[in-house]
Each structure stands twice: as C-alpha cells, then as structure tokens.
Design a binder for this molecule. Structure first.
Ligand SMILES: [Zn+2]
Length: 358
C-alpha cells in the first residue's frame, strides 16, 4: 500500500543484523562500500481489531482470527515482537535488492505492472519452485468433522492452483499486470486423524498442544474452531510449537462437508498467505495503515461478500479480489507481485522459512 522509499544504493549478498530495537539496519556487501538504510519506522503489530469485528457481526461474513491470535501471542510473549521485527527487516532488505535490480525476474515473475518496488526479482532471492510438504491433523468430534481424503485432496488442489495461477483473465484490467504466479507447490505428506470429544477448539492453540506440529512442514489442523471463525494462522517468527494454520472443517476444501460461500478452499489460501507473512490487504487499520506491500491499493477496512468493481476506498480502487481481503471464496482470485516477493523472501538465505528449501 503505502510507498516505502528506499535509498537504492546497494545490492547485497549478505546483510548484518543490527540490534533488534534499532530502527535502521545496514546492508553490506563484501566487495563494496555501498550501503543502504531500511526504513522500519512504519512497522507495527497492533491492530484495529474492534473496528473489524464490529463489521463482521453483520451477516455471514469471513472471520479470520490471525490478527486476534497475534495480539494474544504478543501479550503472552513480548519477545515475539523482536522476532517479527527481524523477519520484517530481512524481508525489506531483500525487497530493496529486488528493486535495485529491475527486470531480473524471480522464478516466474516478469509481470511487473508498474509497482514502485518489490517486483522484478534479484539474485539473492530463492530461485525456482518452492515445494512445501503438508501435514494435516484432522481433529473430530463427529463423523462430519472427520472429513474425507477427497475433501483434503480438494484443498491441496486449490492451494496448488492459487499459488501457481497464470490465468488472469477474470481480474479487472487495472490489476491484471500485478497478478502473480507465486510458484509454490504443496504436497500432502501425511494425514493424522484424531477422535476427540471436544466440540470446539477456539483460537488459544489448544489443538496444537494436543496434536503438535510437524517440523519442516506446513501443519494444518482441521478442527471446529467455533464462534463463526473460519481459520487462523501464525505469522513467521512465532514459536515452532504453534507454527501452522487452523481451519474449521466446513471451510476446508471444495467437496464433502463444506459450507457456502466459503466452500472454494480460499480460507486455506488466505491463511497460508498469513503463514507466509502476508498481512490483510487493508493493513488491519485505516487508509494510512500498511500491509507492507507496495503494489496493493490502500483501503480502510475489509470487503465482504462479492463486491462489484470498482470499490473505491482511500481514493483508489480496492483489490477486493485479492486472497488477503475478506470477500467470498468465489470472488477472490489473485495475489500481487509485491505479495509474491514478500512471501518468497522467507525462503531466501537467512529467511525464517529457509529450512523448507534446504
Ligand atoms: Zn486473515
């Protein structure tokens, strides 16, 4: 959203982390005295949760509790802020190197639609397809919640389609040049099924304590969260013991025990977006709050249902069809180039999810 101005003076193969509370990080390159400053002044983790939750009370609307869970985790563990700050520093440093090398391409990029940074790609990012093994814990208290293998496979298919999308014909022309093939694939590694008398699990990570995540995998817990909540994710930088995505069974996959209008598998696409460090597209605040992606328009809140184009907010058209908005499953169909670069930064050298590509 909001443009971040960088001093594009350097290309770095490695960077030196400064103290976690230092607002500026220096980039260094062995063979060069060039350096650049990364502006972290707009980094924040506090959200306007109340404004969003008030709107979600109206009708059957998407409810993602990722930011709610983040706020709880920050209260429980103040060190989390520094860890997420460091992840953000690494991401922004890499974005700066991308911006300094326009047109280099980044494993399927090349749809640079005129954004002001973070597109194109550089030599320091991870190149090629990222394949992520997926471990699914199905936790059920009744036969409906013990979803079928075909329902699980349908969700894996949606993830693979959405993260490898190259058909942008149904996107408004204003945004077509920004749409991105993320080039991340998902392979179902294992399904564990757990009968449990508990009928709702909430968002306190109790299900993760009962059935721990699997290292070097994307762990997805499919269990009834309750409260009309579709799912929640943990951002990069959080504890390994709670790393992964939780989704209620009726919003998982496209067949079997699924409930419209969230029956196209886009809850998982959205939550995996968070797991790969994407914020909500409105930045979890008003016009001036940022999602830290330069090519997504500013917005003052989520969109619901299936909005007609254009939807104007903050003097620009909202990208309501972005997976990180709150629109219905059938009405979201794109990630942006900037979101791609932000996600893929996690797999670059020093990235917090680098272990998945080693
Ligand atoms: Zn969300």
């Amino acid at each position: 959203m909001r443009k971040i101005s960088f001093l594009l003076l350097a290309i770095s193969a490695m960077f030196v982390m400064s103290c976690a509370n230092d607002p500026v990080v220096s980039l260094n390159q062995e063979s060069s005295a060039l350096s650049q400053d990364i502006d972290m002044s707009d980094f924040y983790l506090v959200t306007e949760e109340e404004a969003v939750s008030a709107k979600t009370q109206m009708g059957h609307s998407r409810q993602c509790h990722t930011m709610h869970v983040l706020n709880r985790q920050l209260n429980e563990n103040p060190e989390l802020r520094d860890k997420m700050y460091n992840v953000e520093q690494h991401t922004r440093a890499l974005m700066a190197t991308y911006a300094a090398k326009p047109g280099k391409g980044n494993g399927g990029g090349g749809n640079n639609g005129g954004s002001d940074g973070g597109t194109g790609g550089g030599d320091t990012g991870y190149q090629g397809t990222v394949n992520i093994p997926v471990h699914v814990h199905v936790v059920y208290s009744n036969s409906n919640e013990n979803i079928s293998d075909s329902q699980i496979n349908s969700q894996i298919s949606v993830l693979n389609n959405d993260f490898n999308d190259t058909n942008y014909g149904d996107i408004p022309s204003e945004f077509q040049g920004l749409a991105a093939d993320i080039d991340i694939t998902f392979t179902l590694a294992q399904v564990d099924r757990h009968a449990n008398s508990r009928t709702s699990w909430g968002t306190t990570d109790a299900v993760k304590s009962a059935y721990p995540p699997v290292a070097d995998h994307l762990t997805i817990w499919v269990c009834n969260i309750g409260g009309g909540i579709l799912g929640y994710a943990q951002f990069p930088g959080g504890s390994a013991s709670t790393d992964g995505v939780v989704i209620s069974p009726q919003y998982f996959g496209t067949t079997g025990y699924v409930a419209a209008p969230f029956d196209k598998g886009r809850t998982a696409t959205h939550e995996v977006g968070h797991w790969l460090n994407l914020r909500h597209i409105w930045g979890d605040g008003r016009c001036k709050q940022d999602d830290f992606v330069s090519d997504t328009p500013s917005s003052d809140g989520p969109n619901y249902g299936c909005p007609s184009y254009p939807t104007v907010n903050c003097r620009s058209n909202d990208m309501t069809m972005n997976y990180m908005d709150y629109t219905d499953d059938a009405c979201m169909n794109m990630f942006s180039q900037g979101q791609k670069d932000r996600m893929r930064a996690l797999f670059a050298a020093g990235g917090v999810r680098e272990n998945l590509v080693q």
